[in-house]
Design a protein around this ligand. Structure first.
Ligand SMILES: NC(=O)c1ccc[n+]([C@@H]2O[C@H](COP(=O)([O-])OP(=O)(O)OC[C@H]3O[C@@H](n4cnc5c(N)ncnc54)[C@H](O)[C@@H]3O)[C@@H](O)[C@H]2O)c1
Length: 360
């Protein structure tokens, strides 16, 4: 069966081709854009791309016209969705423009939706989207891409298998010039939820210097200008006792976060040099060092990132289950973002998530 697909928003993350592999006989590198991931899934046919910028539409046609002969471009997502009646819609508009596309797709009968992160820029929009998805009986996945990174999946497996004892603390160092609450930190917040593996209960936060009086309402520009979104240091307490400490302000180095997962019997360390599991054997630390075993971990996967995310979404729809990143789970990240802002506004005090629950 063919899945007729429309991509709305055609920037690089939507439309770039996958890079060539380091070896010429090994094909292409891992797809990292929506179109390149979709192109790797034979049952998907992209029937249209939508963007308000003519040059983006032309570039899309030039890049993908031969992969999907007959693919069209539109400047209006409502017209594209009404005409093409897609089975699957990829929502790749700026951070604050996801809701309109999601609701239009559901109204037109689309039942598989792959929406970029963040789900939305406030809880009211998130609640509306979650309710609409469920009322339509649709399947939606929010592209918190790290949920399909082999290293983070392996870290979660190690924790679930009890290999470091019961997970106690997560320490994450992120930041860099694009430390932005909704644009980039949303990945980090979701990653804490993914690794902690339970519901957040309360949050304590401090916005970075210069943003002390930011307030509680999104004042970003869709994720472009870092000056419009604060970085933050924050602390998330989970129902299962796990605590996540996150540092994420702009005057620090950029890059994928450094993450330590700590349990009584070991730690998992993920940083720019790779991934290690460090196990601490039984012993008495008062009388001598306990045995320590360091294992370098190189997770293997046949698919990853966005490619895995879309395969997961399609399979979830067929099987009538939730994908790895359903909208209710993505909504937790929106609520934590709101709690970070509220904590700052109230004088850097704890904010309970129950206060921000739907209908509360
Ligand atoms: N998962 C990831 O790793 C990842 C990486 C980058 C971006 N993103 C997300 O992807 C989304 C897009 O990010 P971006 O930086 O490309 O944003 P952007 O501001 O460049 O906008 C994306 C595209 O949408 C188009 N657009 C704007 N309004 C539109 C409308 N009403 N109808 C149709 N097209 C419209 C723009 O012209 C642009 O080409 C954001 O939500 C962002 O957070 C995710």
């Amino acid at each position: 069966m063919t899945l007729r697909t429309v991509i709305v928003g055609l920037s690089w993350i939507a439309a770039d081709p996958a890079a060539p592999a380091s070896d010429p006989v090994l094909g292409t590198a891992m797809p990292f854009s929506h179109a390149s991931a979709l192109a790797a899934i034979p049952e998907v046919t992209v029937v249209a791309g939508v963007d308000i910028v003519p040059a983006s539409r032309e570039k899309f046609l030039a890049t993908w016209g031969s992969r999907w002969p007959g693919v069209k471009v539109y400047d209006d997502f409502r017209a594209a969705i009404a005409t093409e009646k897609p089975d699957l819609v990829c929502v790749v508009t700026p951070d604050h423009l996801h809701k309109g596309v999601v609701l239009a797709a559901l109204e037109a009968g689309t039942r598989i939706i792959f929406c970029e992160k963040p789900l939305s820029i406030n809880r009211a929009e998130a609640d509306e989207m979650v309710a609409a998805v469920r009322a339509a009986g649709a399947t939606m996945s929010v592209n918190y891409t790290r949920r399909w990174f082999p290293s983070y999946c392996e870290a979660r497996r190690i924790v679930r298998a009890g290999e470091i004892g019961k997970l106690s603390q997560i320490v994450a160092i992120s930041g860099g010039p694009r430390a932005m609450l909704w644009r980039n930190h949303t990945h980090l917040i979701d990653l804490m939820n993914f690794l902690a593996d339970d519901e957040p209960e309360w949050v304590l936060a401090e916005l970075e210097r210069g943003f002390e009086s930011y307030g509680t309402v999104y004042a970003g520009d869709g994720g472009n200008d870092p000056a419009t979104e604060p970085g933050a240091n924050f602390y998330i307490a989970y129902r299962n006792g796990v605590r996540a400490y996150v540092t994420g302000v702009k005057d620090t180095p950029p890059g994928e976060p450094t993450i330590n997962l700590l349990g009584p019997e070991g730690r998992v360390v993920m940083d720019l040099t790779g991934m290690r599991k460090i196990s601490f054997g039984a012993g008495n630390v008062r009388v001598g060092p306990v045995p320590i075993v360091t294992e370098v971990i190189e997770p293997k996967a046949t698919v990853s990132g966005m490619h895995a995310a879309i395969l997961d979404l399609i399979a979830a729809h067929r099987e009538g289950r939730d994908p790895q990143s359903p909208p209710e789970v993505a909504r937790r990240t929106v609520a934590i973002t709101d709690a970070i802002l509220l904590s700052q506004q109230r004088g850097n005090v704890p904010v309970r998530l129950s206060e921000l629950a739907p209908g509360a």
